[in-house]
Design a protein around this ligand. Structure first.
Ligand code: 0A1
Ligand code: ZN
Length: 853
């Protein structure tokens, strides 16, 4: 790998802060062009760092008006990244720093620090946004108590912690819990609240408010309900109570990510708060529930116990994702949730792990930390926690977590601390397990079977491919959950967890009457790629009989993937057994409709490309697209009667409810609709589109129409109906970009970019179009290279305004190495063009350099 650049920061260079902060008093005099920020900060010496040290305060784009130490004015010349106060000026036993700076929130387009969104002031400080607000040691291992005063002519003035007084044009907030600066937040605006309350297990009353722009308060009920369920769940399952008198959530339209866990004042992308049956899909509701839970759970895993430095990001993110996955499973269906989570892991994380951006769950260096809020840190980070729980068992996991909260409350910790807690609680040596944090790449696991006179021997061989900077790998500890099924479908070996530790290992199962069919990696017990030579018959058998719902789904999935891979590479025809397997699934009324809907979903074109690449082929996006469409059509023809039946049966009567039951029925019904639309010219879909009283059914109908090349009238009708709703219009943009025919994708995208509603400075809208196009695999990779140019042009346009977003979206190009020489050249040309651009942000530059390798 090329060096990430001169400014790379390395984990091995970590040094504790010589100065710690006790208390912070901030006063904000709000003004769009010139907000004054007054700070009074009490510093004390860090006893762990002997000697005399300068005081380094981070600060970016700040205008310093005055600064003093213990009231003595200082004459300091700021550097571009902060201020240095020489040790000689610092009283040895501590001092009070005071300063005044001015900033211009209305000019801040980066959406980091203090910025404005539709007349509302709001902040985003993770990871390093606080330094755009005032001079401060902006690092997570400096934790302090904050007192905030906000002065401004706006009805609602919010910050972290508990209210500490308010009057006309001012409000004060006091946060009793020491926190790092990245958890600071401020919001001011003309907002209204949808309110509720929660009484904690120990009887503390907490006021809950969801703050939105006037008019949106009717769309907050589900978010509030999700918050209350999250609070109860964290008490019941993890014994964690909330620790302030108020919990505020604010929805903003301009936000780079999903949401942010600021102490007592979570700030959300409005798409993960606002929902009504008419405007939000079942998927939106599920996301709201999940993200509300995620941010709430951070109160303990992230806020009370935080990260020592940003290399430890997975300490809070992996664990919190794992906790939100457990929560969603408890609220809905564990089987369905697990399949959905694995689908996300494979689409986003395996893709990352297999390309030039692969990195450890705990990275060892970075140029721009914002580039490491990745699927690897989040989703693989969560898988690592799941494996740990599988290895030590549920009770030991609970004991370890109790110890973690007890031992580390109020601290800024590392992965070493986390592992030590598990070692101490279980008396296990987890040094090999730590490789999951320090070795990148998705392990491949090859299994072979040997049957001899009542004994089945399974031999596992593991291999971790090289990744940037890590040519050689060591063996990973892999928990393999496994069961055995007799030929009549009965389970002769219930699930056991085998612990692989060596490059090659065999396991024997003796005394078997007949040769069983092994069901391997049940529940997807480890984030690995399992390679297995398995007949179509055996897969169909597991699809029909596996008692593990994940592997039952997986059997159908791998069958579909192999069928598609064959069709795309050698034009073969799908086996009848494939359709028969699906028919019996479709006809099984004992199965959860949500599960059946997932089993009917064909692997994405992206997933097939990745699989083919892994098998040593060069994927052809056009051939994959054609094969997938053809299989979809053949399947619809073969199953037409059954699909028609299920379509009618799965109608959901009565008023809309986002619960898992009715949502699962709609999922199956809409899967049937998409299939049937290939046969009926879109008649049913058009009928559903015009008759729908909820967005789930309306959007699914529109999507079914677009997929068969119809839907022009409906697109226009949809636009007219929803042009006033930003979140729904995002769907209108992304659907068209995603489903445009491959040879027209670039022109559709250009037309959309020219649409007056294409407000490209809004992250959700930008992502809808550019992300939608990148998800249109055959379109994006059209051999003309037109889409590559289009996306590169837009990244270059966005970069000066919002580098974080531009860098994120550049991952559209991360798979370039999979494709043929022609496409590789075209993509590298675009990446090189970006790299050569003058004034490129550090964010985008780092990404492009890593992708070019
Ligand atoms: N900690 C948040 C993610 C987050 C990170 C950076 C942000 O900057 C724009 C915003 C949010 C979470 O895990 O939800
Ligand atoms: Zn998080």
């Amino acid at each position: 790998m090329k060096d990430a650049g001169p400014q790379a920061i390395h984990l091995s260079d970590y040094a504790p802060p010589p100065w710690l902060v006790e208390t912070v008093h901030l006063t904000f005099r709000l003004d769009p062009q010139s907000t004054r920020v007054l700070s009074r900060i009490r510093f004390r010496r860090n006893p762990a760092v002997p000697g005399d040290h300068d005081l380094w305060l981070d600060g970016e784009k700040l205008t310093l008006t005055r600064a003093a130490i213990d009231g003595q004015p200082l004459d300091l010349v700021p550097e571009s990244t902060g201020l240095r106060v020489p040790a000689a000026l610092l009283p040895a036993d501590g001092f009070e720093w005071t300063a005044e700076v001015s900033i211009a929130p209305a000019e801040n387009t980066t959406l980091m620090g203090l910025y404005m969104s539709k007349g509302m002031y709001c902040t985003q400080c993770e990871a390093e946004g606080f330094r755009k607000i005032t001079y401060y040691p902006d690092r997570p291992d400096v934790m302090a108590r904050f007192h905030v005063r906000i002065e401004g002519d706006l009805p609602v003035l919010l910050s972290n912690g508990n209210p500490a007084g308010s009057g006309d044009g001012w409000a004060e907030w006091e946060d009793p819990w020491p926190k790092p600066s990245y958890l600071f937040a401020l919001v001011a605006g003309d907002l209204v609240a949808h309110s509720g309350s929660f009484t904690t297990a120990s009887g503390r009353d907490v006021a809950l408010n969801i703050w939105v722009r006037p008019g949106d308060e009717t769309k907050c009920a589900y978010a509030l309900d999700s918050l209350i369920r999250s609070m109860r769940w964290d008490e019941e399952v993890y014994g964690r109570e909330y620790d302030l008198d108020v919990f505020n959530i604010v929805a903003v339209d301009d936000f780079n990510m999903g949401a942010m866990e600021n102490k007592g004042l979570n700030i959300f992308n409005s798409r993960y708060v606002l929902a009504s049956p008419e405007t939000a899909t079942d998927q939106d509701y599920e996301n709201i529930e999940r993200i509300i839970a995620h941010e709430y759970f951070h109160n303990w895993t992230g806020n009370r116990i935080t990260c020592r430095d940003w290399f430890q990001l997975c300490l809070k993110e992996g664990l919190t994702v794992y906790r939100d996955q457990q929560f969603s499973g408890d609220m809905r269906s564990h089987a369905v949730k697990r399949i959905e989570d694995v689908l996300t892991l494979r689409t986003r994380q395996f893709r990352e792990d297999g390309g030039p951006l692969a990195h450890n769950v705990r990275p060892e260096s970075y140029v721009e930390i914002n580039n490491f809020y990745t699927a690897t840190v989040y989703e693989k980070g969560a898988e690592v926690i799941g494996m740990l729980r599988r290895l030590v068992g549920a009770d030991a996991y609970d004991a370890a977590l109790r110890l973690y909260f007890e031992r580390h409350d109020g601290q800024a910790c590392t992965i070493e601390d986390w592992i030590a807690v598990f070692e101490d609680a279980t008396h296990r040596d987890l040094s090999q397990f730590k490789r999951w944090y320090t070795q990148a790449g998705t392990p491949r696991l090859r299994v072979s079977e040997d049957w001899d006179d009542g004994t089945l021997t399974l031999t596992f061989r593991q291999w971790v491919p090289p990744t940037p900077g890590q040519p050689l790998k060591e063996a990973m500890p892999i928990p393999v959950a496994l069961g055995l099924l007799a030929p009549d479908g009965t389970e002769v070996q219930p699930t056991v967890v085998l612990e692989l530790t060596d490059p090659e290992q065999s396991f024997r199962f003796e005394g078997l009457a007949e040769r069983p069919v092994p069901s391997i990696l049940r529940g997807f017990s480890a984030p690995v790629i399992l390679e297995r030579d398995q007949s179509v018959e055996e897969r169909a058998f597991l699809l029909a009989h596996d008692t593990d719902p994940f592997n039952r789904w997986e059997a159908g999935r791998s069958l579909a993937r192999d069928v598609l891979a064959d069709m795309a590479t050698n034009g073969s025809e799908p086996p009848q057994l494939f359709f028969d397997g699906l028919r019996s699934l479709l006809g099984d009324r004992t199965l959860d409709p949500a599960f059946v809907a997932l089993a009917l979903r064909l692997p994405s074109e992206e997933a097939i490309a990745e699989h083919l690449h892994g098998q040593g082929h060069t994927p052809d996006p056009a051939a994959i697209h054609t094969a997938r469409r053809r299989l979809s059509l053949l399947r619809a023809q073969d199953l037409a009667a059954d699909l028609g039946c299920r379509y009618h049966e799965m109608m959901v009567p009565g008023p809309y409810s986002p619960d898992a039951g009715p949502a699962g029925r709609r999922a199956l019904r809409n899967a049937a609709l998409a299939a049937l639309s290939q046969l009926d010219g879109g008649a049913r879909a058009a009928e559903q589109f015009y008759g729908a009283d909820n967005m789930t059914e309306q959007l699914a109908a529109l999507s079914a129409l677009l997929e068969i090349g119809a839907g022009e009238t409906e697109l226009a009708a949809f636009h007219d109906r929803w042009k006033g709703d930003r979140l729904v219009m995002d769907k209108w943009f992304s659907l068209q970009a995603m489903l445009a025919p491959p040879d027209r994708a670039a022109s559709v995208a250009r037309t959309l970019a020219g649409h007056p509603a294409f407000d490209w400075k809004n992250p959700n809208r930008f992502r809808a179009l550019i992300g939608g196009l990148a998800a249109n695999a055959a379109g994006f990779h059209d051999p003309s290279g037109d889409c590559y140019r289009f996306v590169a042009d837009w990244l270059l346009r966005l970069d000066p305004l919002n580098p974080q977003m531009a860098a994120r979206m550049s991952t559209a190009f991360e798979t370039w190495g999979r494709y043929d020489g022609g496409r590789q050249t075209l993509i590298r040309q675009e990446l090189s063009r970006i790299e050569a651009t003058e004034g490129l942000s550090r964010d985008l530059r780092e990404m492009v350099m890593r992708m070019l390798g």
